[in-house]
Ligand binder design. Structure first.
Ligand code: UDP
Length: 240
């Protein structure tokens, strides 16, 4: 049976879609506050938390590229800027409840946030601060899932915790098939060969090559973020 873990340092990936919740606007303050409170509850226990935020609630490069002369790279830079908006919102929410939080961006915006400096990020984590990595990898044609895998490997975090709006990975699309089953564990191999849309190939391959387990779980269920960070059994665990 699937064991529980005691992570020391985790990389939490929050998609833009998850941040939007069911709010009319792009960001749901109830969601950001719930994230902040659950993260606070685990940093108090001494777990180090780094976060990568997505931007799909505001702008997704791939769906805009090609429209009215917008090239893919420009569209992706806009997408990366969207993640910075989410990061600053989340930082403000975290700090409003007393969690020291730093945002580091993959390209310089020094008036707004620190630039990404690996050793500095690690130092923040060691001091008990939360670090939010914004602007993805800083490169067009990538995703924030890949940024999550990359930053996780760089800062020696032990796991990528992918917070989504679904309970985990299913053997079929639960929106169309009511009999679809939630999978408890999966191998990287199964994810790639069955083309289960968990993460894009670049992200999952990077996790596999670096032996980084991925937990996919539902952020909208109260308590789940804290559970995932504490290593309790939640969602689907992907590993070798
Ligand atoms: N993006 C990018 N490079 C990266 C990360 C993100 O170009 O390393 C752009 C891309 O256009 C993407 C957008 O930023 O569509 C928002 O990120 P993503 O779609 O990964 O966000 P999520 O789906 O997690 O909300």
């Amino acid at each position: 049976s699937r064991p529980s873990y005691k992570w020391q340092r985790v990389l939490l990936k929050v998609s833009g879609e998850a941040l939007a919740g069911d709010h009319q606007q792009n960001i749901d303050p109830k969601v950001t506050m719930a994230i902040a409170k659950e993260v606070a509850s685990v940093t108090r226990l001494g777990v180090e938390v780094a976060i990568v935020v997505g931007g799909g609630n505001i702008f997704r490069g791939s769906s805009w590229a090609g429209s009215s002369g917008l090239d893919r790279s420009s569209a992706d830079y806009i997408g990366m800027l969207a993640t910075v908006m989410n990061a600053i919102y989340l930082q403000a929410t975290m700090e409003s409840i007393g969690i020291p939080t730093r945002v580091q961006t993959a390209f310089r915006m020094s008036e707004v946030a620190e630039p990404y400096i690996r050793r500095r990020a690690v130092r923040h984590l060691e001091k008990g601060r939360v670090v939010i990595f914004a602007a993805g990898t800083g490169n067009p044609f990538f995703t924030t899932d890949t940024a999550a895998a990359l930053r996780c490997a760089e800062i020696n975090a032990q796991v990528v915790l992918k917070a989504t709006n679904v309970d985990g990975v299913f053997d079929d699309d639960p929106r169309h098939n009511p009999d679809a089953c939630l999978l408890d564990t999966l191998t990287y191999q199964e994810v790639t060969s069955k083309d289960l849309s968990v993460m894009d190939m670049t992200a999952i391959t990077l996790c596999q090559e670096n032996n980084i387990p991925v937990v996919v779980f539902n952020l909208s269920k109260p308590g789940n973020i804290a559970k995932a960070i504490k290593g309790e059994k939640v969602g689907t665990l992907i590993g070798s």
